[in-house]
Write a protein that binds this ligand. Structure first.
Ligand SMILES: [Zn+2]
Length: 175
């Protein structure tokens, strides 16, 4: 346990090179992890955007994957950690009784995360009662401030945020 990204090996059955695919569903943020080798989906569940933001900035033990009720264990996720290295984002977690190490290409992970954050940042909500993103923040301004602080503290992310290739309307947007 507690392997670093460098020590993770390809022939370990619990280590997967994955892509993180994120989407919006109304005020919800949802994400799936797809195994690059065979396209298999390991899980498709709700995303805690506070933890997602933390994982873009460094190492965190805040659970990124969660349940619609905001209790990660309710959706089967335990012991989540995310570690950032030069080229990888490395999640370790226990899901459905299995210890998994998921290795994401850092650039692709950042692009996916920034696209959904950009969507929510540009679609302020008012008095929302439902949705993982409103659940996490008292007010839209709290979310906006967190995103803006993230961009202020990371020139790398700010540059991507302002780059034209990041979609401003991911699937599931709309009015
Ligand atoms: Zn639940």
């Amino acid at each position: 346990m507690n392997k670093t990204s460098d020590e993770a090996v390809d022939d370990d059955p619990s280590v997967f090179h994955c892509t993180l695919e994120l989407r919006t569903e109304g005020d919800w943020c949802r994400g799936l992890a797809r195994v690059e080798e065979d396209g298999r989906i390991l899980f498709d569940e709700w995303i805690a955007t506070r933890a997602l933001i933390a994982s873009l900035l460094g190492n965190t033990q805040e659970p990124v994957m969660t349940c619609s009720c905001t209790v990660p264990e309710c959706a089967g996720f335990y012991d989540q950690e995310s570690r950032l290295s030069e080229n990888l984002v490395h999640w370790s977690l226990r899901y459905e009784g299995r210890d998994l190490d998921l290795l994401f290409d850092r650039n692709a992970y950042e692009d996916a995360a920034l696209a959904v954050l950009k969507h929510f940042r540009s679609h302020p909500w008012e008095d929302a009662e439902f949705g993982t993103v409103p659940y996490e923040y008292k007010e839209f301004e709290d979310f906006a401030k967190l995103v803006d602080n993230m961009l202020a503290s990371s020139p790398r992310l700010a540059e991507k945020w302002n780059a034209p290739q990041i979609a401003t309307r991911p699937a599931g947007g709309g009015s």
